[in-house]
Design a protein around this ligand. Structure first.
Ligand code: ZN
Length: 43
């Protein structure tokens, strides 16, 4: 299981949306969360 840093949901790795942000691998429950998270990472 991996944790979505945006919404805090745990989900199986096989179902996660993977993204590398600032050289770190992150896992999200949906592309929406990925998008939102990327927004929060911008200065
Ligand atoms: Zn999420």
């Amino acid at each position: 299981m991996v944790e979505d840093p945006q919404c805090g949901t745990f989900l199986p790795l096989s179902e996660a949306v993977k993204a590398t942000i600032h050289g770190r691998q992150h896992y999200f429950c949906s592309k929406k969360c990925l998008k939102e998270y990327k927004k929060t990472q911008n200065p």
